[in-house]
Design a binder for this molecule. Structure first.
Ligand code: ATP
Ligand code: MG
Length: 423
């Protein structure tokens, strides 16, 4: 019998439920990942105990999604100084009718594990495990794991009609696991793609972000090939498809970077799409900057590097270079011939060294690091206002050219000269 090493906390929760006369299993993603030799993100437990019964058996619980039968159980911690661990325990349930293709109208608790497993999306996600019973696999999930296939539990069309998000989940798992989507399941995605329009932008965004952060982000192509793209967001189909195969799993796993890379060279489009997907402000801004930076030249001299560092900040500067390096490595750009991929990489490495040198030297990169302040300017007859900001920006630009200019006397002299010219 195939065994899975359950974490201590999971073991204890299952043990306590069993002692109280209930069934309990690790289920879903954690079983799938364990069998694949991957580290599960989290461990979910499914049990024949109802939420109230669950809560009666454990001292510390949180009602995470009590209406769907999900309770978070906190276990461990306390004496030894170790931290408590949290596990989601869900009562066996069947989803009621999905009227909107989004939420079940209701859920019904059931004493049957087999019913609980049959509501799950894909065969590889519908396996349960505990020490007593071993792996419970009612839908040939193991076979599909071995074959490397994502297959809907039951009839794919029906399952996608119930919850259209499952179509994107199929693509996401295929990118994460490098699995292909079973022909019938893929066909159902193609024919029901339109149904994605009923799914909330937040849920779509979460799945696409997971897809992009996977080892195979180029699988984003499937979103276009299956016809899902127009229902992701209005402007999504404008993403040029040649940019997709160039997405690489070698890049840093940062959402803003991968979204920026997907939308590189299209800053406005990037922001529009991410706003439609209700992405958080910081990620929209940073992804937009990465998209914009793709149009910049790789700096070869310190002043250029300082200007970019000043404009975009340290984090974006280096993330951008890592993106360009991944691109140069896999796809030497023809339009830059005769600059081969290798030579471009060398250029990028020198730019990175240049950036590091600049930071090490502590060169002035921002208005606030200029060696003149508001008082100096007031004394020279420039009160705060539009002229004040323009003068400071002019000074910063000179200092970015040559950091040795960041001295008070020099800058004061320059202010007088600038004003002399202006008046
Ligand atoms: P991850 O590694 O992303 O956590 P996961 O398989 O654990 O992957 P979750 O979204 O955490 O995915 O869901 C846990 C389990 O719940 C899934 O394995 C699946 O059995 C079931 N599930 C989740 N979402 C759906 C859905 N939309 N339709 C049907 N079953 C679902
Ligand atoms: Mg999970």
């Amino acid at each position: 019998m195939q065994r899975i090493e359950l974490p201590d906390g999971v073991q204890r929760i299952i043990g306590r439920l069993e002692s109280a006369g209930f069934e309990a299993y690790a289920v879903g993603g954690c079983v799938r990942d364990s069998l694949l030799g991957r580290t599960p993100e989290d461990w979910d437990i499914t049990s024949s105990a109802r939420p109230e019964e669950l809560k009666g058996l454990f001292k510390r619980t949180v009602d995470t999604g009590i209406q769907h039968g999900t309770v978070t159980v906190l276990i461990g911690g306390g004496e030894g100084g170790e931290r408590a661990q949290a596990f989601e325990v869900t009562s066996y349930r069947v989803d009621g009718e999905y009227k909107d293709g989004r939420h079940p109208e209701s859920v019904r608790f059931t004493p049957s594990l087999s019913e609980d497993l049959s509501r799950r999306d894909f065969t590889i996600n519908a396996m349960a495990y505990n020490e007593k019973s071993g792996i419970v696999d009612l839908f040939q999930g193991m076979e599909d794991l071995e074959r490397g296939e994502i297959r809907a539990v039951g009839e794919a069309e029906l399952r996608f009609r119930e919850d259209a998000l499952r179509m994107l989940r199929a693509l996401r798992f295929s990118a994460q696991l490098r699995f292909r989507i079973a022909p019938g399941t893929l066909e159902a995605v193609r024919s029901l793609a339109r149904g994605l329009s009923r799914v909330s932008k937040e849920r779509i965004r979460e799945e696409l972000t997971k897809l992009l952060l996977s080892d195979n982000p180029e699988q984003m192509e499937l979103v276009f090939q299956t016809g899902l793209a127009p229902y992701v967001s209005e402007h999504f189909p404008e993403i040029a498809s040649p940019s997709l195969p160039e997405l690489s799993g070698d890049m840093e796993r940062e959402a803003f970077l991968r979204w920026g890379m997907l939308l590189r060279g299209r800053e406005q489009l990037a922001k529009r799409i991410l706003r439609e997907l209700k992405m958080d402000r910081a990620t929209i801004d940073r992804a937009g900057s990465i998209a914009a930076l793709h149009g910049e030249r790789i700096p070869e001299e310190a002043p250029e590097a300082r200007r970019l560092l000043s404009r975009y900040g340290e984090e974006l500067f280096f993330s951008w270079l890592s993106m360009e390096e991944a691109l140069a490595l896999h796809f030497p750009r023809e339009r830059e011939a005769p600059l081969s991929g290798e030579r471009r990489q060398g250029k990028i490495r020198r730019a990175r060294a240049l950036g590091e040198e600049i930071l090490k030297n502590g060169d002035c990169l921002s208005l606030s690091a200029l060696m003149v302040n508001g008082e100096d300017l007031a004394e020279l007859g420039i009160p705060r206002g539009p002229e004040y900001s323009a003068v400071l920006r002019a000074l910063l630009s000179e200092v970015l050219e040559d950091p040795k200019r960041n001295r008070r006397e020099y800058l004061r002299k320059r202010v007088k000269e600038i004003r002399g010219l202006a008046h």
